[in-house]
Design a protein around this ligand. Structure first.
Ligand code: URP
Ligand code: ZN
Ligand code: ZN
Ligand code: ZN
Length: 481
C-alpha cells in the first residue's frame, strides 16, 4: 500500500533525539520512518529542514463568555486558524463553568462552540468556579472518566476564585480521579487592597495594573497552592509564571521532591512592565494581562528557568481582546481605569516562532527542549501522548517543517487571529513554519492558510501520568482514606 504522503530528507527533532529520516504518512498517521521509503501519492522534500511535532498549546482562551460586556475576538475558527499558521496543531482551550451552572452544561456549551469551527484537534480544560457537592461527587468524576482530565482553578477574580477550603476539596477529587489541576496563583485580597489605594490616589493608567499585583501577590498564592497540593498529596501545575518570586517557590517545592509543575508564556520573556506605558499612556492596555509582565531582569529569570528545566510547558495564554473596540480593551472608553480593562493578550500564532527564534537559534535552549516545552511535555501533561507530541510510528501526522533561513518582523497584518494588534509587533524572527501538517494535511503552506472549519476533532484525554501522586505514604493521607 502506498503512502498518502512522504516527507523526504527531514531533520527530525523530538523531545529526546534528532535524526534524519523520511516520514511515511497514511490516513493521517505516521506509518513509517526510515531512509528511502517507497513513493507516496504526494511528496514533500524537506531538504534537511528541521521537522518537529506540531505544537500543543495547553493554555488558550477561545470564545469564552465574559461578564463585563467584553467579547473575546477569536472563536474556534479564527483561533485555530491562527494557531496552525504558527505551527500549533492541537489546542486545549477552556470550558468555563459559570457560578450556578452545572459543569456538564458548561462542557456541552463549549462543544457547540468548537464543533463545526475548529480546524485542528482540540480538547478542553474545565474551569471550576462552583464546586458544589454535586460537582465534586458526581459531575467531576464522570467528566474526568469521559476524557476531560484537566481543569483550572483560580485564586483571584471575584467571579471565579475558590476559597482555600474549596481549593482543597477540588484537589482531593483530582487526586482520587487522576486529573491534572492548573492553578492561577494570585492573592485576590492583596490585589483588591492595592487597587483601592491606587485608585484613591488617582492612579488609573495601565501601568498601575502591574503595581496593583506585584510579585509577592503571585509568590504568596503560589506558596499557598503548593502547600495545599502537599497536604492533599497531589501534583499541580502553576500556570503563567511571570518572574523570580514564583519561580523560587516552584524550585523550592521541586527540590523537596514535590510534583509541582510550572508553565510560562511568551509575554514573560518578551514583554515588560514598561510596555504598560507611562502616566497618560493608554496604549498600554494592549499588554494588560495577569500576572502582569515584570521588569527586564525577570525576563532573564524566566529564560534561565526554561533552560534549567524548572518549567515543563510553554503556552500562549492567548486571551484575545481587540484594542480599539468597545467590546475589547476599550469597553470603558479610550482612557479606562486599569482595573476595568479586560485581562489577556493574544499570542497563539507567535508562541512557537518566538521560542524557536529567540530560544533555539540563539543557543539558549536545545531543539529537544523546544519540542518538549511546546509539544511533548504538554501532550503528556494533559494525557494526549503519544498520539500527539511525537514523531513516531503510530502518532498522528501533526508536523511542522521549519523555515529557519527567514528574516522577518512580526506584523499584526500578517497574523491570522481576529485581534487588531499583537503585543509582539516589531520583534524580529528567524524561524517560521514553512508547512504545518495536521493529520497529514497541509493547513499552512507557502504563506497560505489551507484549512477549513470543522476539520478538527475533539480528543478525549487519558488520565495524565504526571498527575499521579508520587508519594504513596504521605504523612497527611492514610491509605485507608
Ligand atoms: O490575563 C490573562 N492571563 N487572562 C487570561 C485568563 C487567565 O487568567 O489565564
Ligand atoms: Zn489565569
Ligand atoms: Zn489563561
Ligand atoms: Zn532582524
Amino acid at each position: 500500500q502506498t503512502f498518502d504522503l512522504v516527507i523526504r530528507n527531514a531533520r527530525c527533532a523530538t523531545a529526546a533525539d534528532t535524526f534524519e529520516s523520511d516520514i511515511g504518512i497514511r490516513n493521517g498517521v505516521i506509518e513509517a520512518l526510515g531512509k528511502s521509503l517507497p513513493a507516496g501519492k504526494e511528496e514533500i522534500d524537506a531538504a534537511g529542514a528541521w521537522v518537529t511535532p506540531g505544537g500543543v498549546d495547553g493554555h488558550c482562551h477561545f470564545d469564552q463568555p465574559t461578564n463585563d460586556g467584553t467579547e473575546m475576538a477569536d472563536d474556534f475558527l479564527s483561533g485555530t486558524r491562527s494557531a496552525v499558521c504558527g505551527g500549533t496543531t492541537t489546542v486545549i482551550p477552556f470550558a468555563l463553568q459559570q457560578r450556578g451552572q452545572s459543569l456538564k452544561d458548561a462542557v456541552a456549551d463549549y462543544h457547540r462552540r468548537a464543533g463545526q469551527k475548529a480546524c485542528i484537534d482540540y480538547s478542553f480544560h474545565m474551569i471550576i468556579s462552583d464546586p458544589t457537592e454535586e460537582v465534586l461527587s458526581n459531575e467531576l468524576p464522570e467528566l474526568i472518566s469521559k476524557g476531560y482530565t484537566s481543569f483550572k482553578i483560580y485564586m483571584t477574580y471575584d467571579d471565579l476564585k475558590l476559597s482555600d477550603r474549596e481549593f482543597i476539596d477540588v484537589l482531593a477529587v483530582a487526586r482520587n480521579e487522576g486529573a491534572m489541576v492548573m492553578v492561577h496563583a494570585e492573592n485576590a485580597d492583596c490585589i483588591a487592597w492595592m487597587t483601592e489605594r491606587l485608585l484613591k490616589a488617582g492612579h488609573t493608567a495601565p501601568k498601575y495594573h502591574a503595581e496593583s499585583r506585584p510579585m509577592l501577590v503571585e509568590r504568596e498564592a503560589t506558596h499557598r497552592a503548593i502547600s495545599f497540593a502537599e497536604l492533599v498529596d497531589v501534583p499541580i501545575l502553576i500556570v503563567h509564571v511571570s518572574g523570580r518570586e514564583a519561580v523560587e517557590q516552584i524550585q523550592w517545592a521541586q527540590s523537596k521532591g514535590l510534583r509541582i509543575y510550572g508553565e510560562t508564556c511568551p509575554q514573560y520573556l518578551f514583554l515588560s512592565a514598561e510596555d504598560l506605558g507611562g502616566d497618560d499612556d493608554y496604549e498600554g492596555t494592549k499588554c494588560i494581562c495577569s500576572p502582569p509582565p515584570r521588569d527586564k531582569g525577570n525576563q532573564q529569570v524566566i529564560w534561565n528557568a526554561l533552560e534549567s528545566g524548572t518549567f515543563d510547558v510553554f503556552s500562549s495564554d492567548h486571551a484575545p481582546f481587540r484594542f480599539a473596540d468597545p467590546k475589547g480593551k476599550q469597553a470603558e472608553g479610550d482612557q479606562p481605569s486599569f482595573d476595568k480593562v479586560a485581562n489577556g493578550i493574544p499570542g497563539v500564532e507567535t508562541r512557537m516562532p518566538l521560542l524557536f527564534s529567540h530560544g533555539v537559534l540563539t543557543g539558549r535552549i536545545s531543539i529537544q527542549q523546544f519540542v518538549s516545552l511546546t509539544s511533548t511535555s504538554v501532550a503528556k501533561m494533559y494525557g494526549m501522548y503519544p498520539r500527539k507530541g511525537s514523531i513516531a510510528v503510530g502518532a498522528d501526522a501533526d508536523l511542522v517543517i521549519w523555515d529557519t533561513d527567514t528574516h522577518r518582523v512580526i506584523r499584526n497584518d500578517d497574523l491570522h487571529h481576529n485581534v487588531d494588534y499583537t503585543p509582539y509587533e516589531g520583534i524580529h524572527l528567524n524561524a517560521w513554519p514553512a508547512i504545518t501538517l495536521s493529520r497529514g494535511r497541509s493547513l499552512w503552506k507557502d504563506g497560505q492558510y489551507l484549512g477549513h472549519e470543522g476539520m478538527g476533532e475533539f480528543l478525549p484525554c487519558e488520565r495524565p501520568e504526571p498527575a499521579r501522586p508520587k508519594v504513596t505514604h504521605s504523612p497527611f493521607i492514610r491509605e485507608s482514606n
